[in-house]
Ligand binder design. Structure first.
Ligand code: GLA
Length: 655
């Protein structure tokens, strides 16, 4: 099976989306000159080129792309070639309105933007397959071609009639009979029982709360339909170029796609990552996404898109201050990326993204952002040969599952004062601030590589997942579970007792009497810390080895935290410092230590292969103790016992 290493060949891929169709051909020559000067070795071409490649139905115009492929190849730059199927040309929707998606309110999503395709439309799928087939036939064997990029950020929903028909077929496969569907969906509630498959609909606009299992299954269905679109195109390009890797770019922690499942269908896992430069926790968000992508890839992965400066889709779009682009790019490499790419190479002069930064911005070659892009290219060239293909080790796994997220984050739940990603971020932040490197895993994955398994919140767990957690503890592993875990099964049916009985026994809980959600500005006082978001009225069964009680209020004296052996249950979200200290202690007890001892706050340390990455997220210079003698691959200096990192500074230390 082809891998990222087949494209990187011992380097870090550096480059980005390149949209030459937006520019006269003279500019292409200027582009390749600048690319070479910046150390760019890879461009992603064709992402939004459908109208240019197929200007009228069935016509093909590959001449411009032939010239472009030849040109970049002459300059030693590889091409990640995209199938252009994320943005069909206007003629497709005009001739075939059935290719347009319909939202839950029955509104058509028209052309004029992008991603206006129905994943369920047979007509769309046919046209997408045809252009993919011809593109793959044309460029198979072209020496510039290194990898395939299918579509772009698959993310569409469709509630229309063709999607409804496919949804019924999908449900037929899942449940077999309407009786089984009625049971799974709990349709005895509110008179929802179905007597005929034609009555079953996507969860379209409704007067009041929708059936939660119908919504859950529709999310599963949507992820599966988009995956069918992906695999159909993947199989076409694979037939032409069996030795080239295939990817599609994920949006980070996006709710619409079960990325665990998708990653199994990719040769290379890639992600688009846009932390807000003004967000004090932007680096931690980046680390979370990077850890998750690496875990999906089970090794090196590709940063397919990031911004060199500002994006154009926040309220106020802040540029990256000097050094931040380099810092966050090297953070991705530290956490396993073997490709650092951007949206996009040259900033557009027209269109919806003309205010989005690029590797060459409106300020041109002399612009600060471009100059920093050049410096980074030189840095990556230095470290690439040392990182390519190497792994990041972690003794901790944070469990995450899209299906549980889909089941849990619905209307009609006990509290809407938080969303699942907030909880996931909070737990990852605690580990990140404790300088502990973590993987992510699916609750049914093999957990034997990990000493500590952290479950921030898995509201819905299958029996197999619960068995997996129990087996981890039986093997001597440490388990830490946050609140609202093990509450429902895969049909979103509440487990008797409000938490699965096996988990209650594991933690020493006799009865979970009530959930006590907290208001946004409210905290629950516990012995030694404050809890946020949530609290619980738990009656212990007397078998716990350690408890930390709530103090005062309705829950006074009841356990906020329980530990029984190596199994911990945390019934609130401790404030950040408290959660960090708790996890640091638990991990230390389990023999899992930070990448480097005595790190100052704001400095991130990650080990990748035999390299130690040190990243200063602070604005002030900082000195870090690093016992022994090392070689800094960036400065080529010898470092003994300590190294000073400037503002946003990075050191990559080799033994
Ligand atoms: C996404 C898309 C790109 C571009 C960027 C802008 O990542 O894939 O085409 O729109 O967002 O941030």
């Amino acid at each position: 099976m082809p891998r990222l290493g087949d494209a990187t060949r011992g380097r870090i891929l550096y480059g980005g989306d390149y949209n030459p169709e937006q520019w006269p051909e003279e500019t292409w020559h200027e582009d390749v000159r600048l690319m070479r000067a910046a150390g760019v070795n890879s461009v992603t071409v064709g992402v939004f080129s459908w109208a240019k490649l197929e200007p009228r139905p069935g016509q093909r115009d590959f001449a411009w792309l032939d010239r472009l492929m030849d040109l970049v190849h002459e300059h030693g730059i590889g091409v990640v070639l995209a199938t252009p199927t994320a943005s069909p040309p206007p003629w497709l929707g005009h001739l075939h309105p059935d290719t347009l998606p319909v939202d839950q309110d029955g509104r058509t999503e028209w052309w004029g933007g992008r991603q206006h395709f129905s994943h369920s439309s047979a007509t769309y799928r046919r046209h997408a397959a045809a252009i993919t087939e011809d593109l793959a036939a044309r460029y198979a064997g072209h020496p510039a071609l290194t990898m395939w990029h299918i579509n772009n950020e698959y993310c569409t929903y469709d509630y229309g009639d063709e999607a409804a028909a496919r949804f019924r077929r999908w449900l037929g496969n899942r449940y077999g009979t309407l009786d089984a569907l009625n049971t799974a969906w709990g349709t005895a509630f509110w008179s929802q029982g179905y007597g005929d498959w034609d009555e079953v609909m996507p969860p379209r606009h409704a007067h009041y709360l929708k059936n939660p299992t119908q919504v859950l299954d529709f999310r599963r269905f949507t992820s599966d339909m988009l995956l069918e679109c992906y695999t159909a195109e993947r199989d076409i390009v694979r037939r032409h170029t069996p030795d080239l890797p295939v990817t599609t770019n994920f949006m980070p922690l996006w709710s619409g796609q079960d990325a665990w499942r998708w990653a199994e269908e990719e040769d290379v896992v890639s992600v688009d990552l846009y932390p807000d430069p003004r967000d004090p926790l932007g680096a931690q968000h980046g680390a979370l996404v990077q850890d998750m992508t690496r875990s999906q890839a089970r090794g090196p992965w590709m940063l397919m898109e990031q911004a060199a400066g500002a994006v154009n889709w926040r309220g106020a779009n802040h540029p990256k201050p000097r050094g931040l682009n380099r810092l966050w790019s090297l953070q991705a490499v530290a956490r396993g990326a073997d490709a650092v790419c951007y949206f996009q190479w040259r900033q557009s002069r027209q269109g919806a993204e003309k205010f989005h930064s690029a590797m060459v911005g409106h300020a041109g070659e002399q612009g600060r952002t471009h100059q920093e892009v050049r410096q980074l290219g030189a840095d990556l060239a230095k470290i690439g040969p040392h990182t390519a293909g190497t792994h990041v080790g972690a003794g901790i796994a944070v469990l995450h599952d899209w299906h549980s997220w889909w089941a849990g984050d619905q209307d009609g739940r006990p509290s809407t004062r938080f969303d699942y990603p907030d909880v996931l971020h909070a737990w990852h932040r605690a580990l990140w601030e404790a300088h502990l490197t973590t993987d992510f895993a699916h609750p049914e994955h093999d957990l034997t590589p990990y000493r500590v398994v952290v479950v921030p919140q898995l509201y819905a767990l299958t029996d197999a997942a619960i068995d997996n957690l129990l087996a981890h503890v039986r093997r001597g592993g440490t388990l830490v579970c946050g609140f609202l875990t093990g509450v429902a099964d895969e049909d979103d049916r509440i487990r008797p007792g409000g938490i699965d009985a096996r988990l209650r026994q594991l933690f020493g809980i006799r009865t979970l009497h009530e959930w006590w959600p907290l208001e946004t500005d409210e905290t629950a006082v516990c012995d030694g810390f404050r809890g946020t978001l949530w609290s619980e009225e738990i009656e212990p069964d007397g078998t716990a080895d350690e408890t930390v009680p709530y103090k005062g209020g309705e829950l006074d004296g009841l356990p906020a935290v329980l530990r029984k052996g190596r199994a911990w249950y945390v019934s609130t979200l401790p404030e950040p410092d408290a959660l960090r200290d708790l996890l640091a202690r638990i991990c230390a007890d389990a023999g899992v230590r930070p990448a480097l001892a005595g790190l100052p706050a704001g400095v991130e340390a990650v080990r990748r292969g035999d390299l130690l990455f040190l990243l200063n997220h602070g604005r002030d210079p900082v000195t870090v103790g690093v016992p022994g003698t090392h070689r800094d691959l960036l400065t080529e200096a010898t470092v003994t016992d300590r190294v000073t990192l400037g503002r946003h500074g990075v050191a990559v230390l080799a033994p």
